[in-house]
Design a binder for this molecule. Sequence first.
Ligand code: RB5
Length: 144
Amino acid sequence: MSKIVIASDHGGYRLKNEIIKHLKTLQLEVNDLGCYNTESCDYPVYAKLVAEEVIKGDVKGILVCGTGIGMSIAANRFDGIRASHCTDTFSARMTRMHNDSNILCLGERITGAGLAVDIVDIWLNTEFEGGRHKKRLDLIKDIK
Ligand code: RB5
């Protein structure tokens, strides 16, 4: 999977740019849906833009805000989205293997750029294990 759709609010703008720079060095296709400066804006607007693209298929999403938490709460409102807020590489690996996470959420005020880039790399390069974990995702889908 080489296509990434990414967005942030003002609180995640700088870290988002660091991540985009890194993804471009890896020759990955990156679609930046905003925001485009540090003026105050509303993270749910950007969570929605990315979630809608991920639901269409064939792309993974990355959302960055101050903490990563607001973005994950907003993105997980959408059916078919499994957004994971990660602050460490173990969680990034496990949430791909066990949760088939399709959006990674990061917090600029929590995670430094070096660690964030490692988290992104591991998250992008880890496959879902399927099997018993697929059954559990189906159980989540049934929760209304
Ligand atoms: C914006 O100040 C901040 O609330 C936002 O970036 C995010 O951390 C929300 O969860």
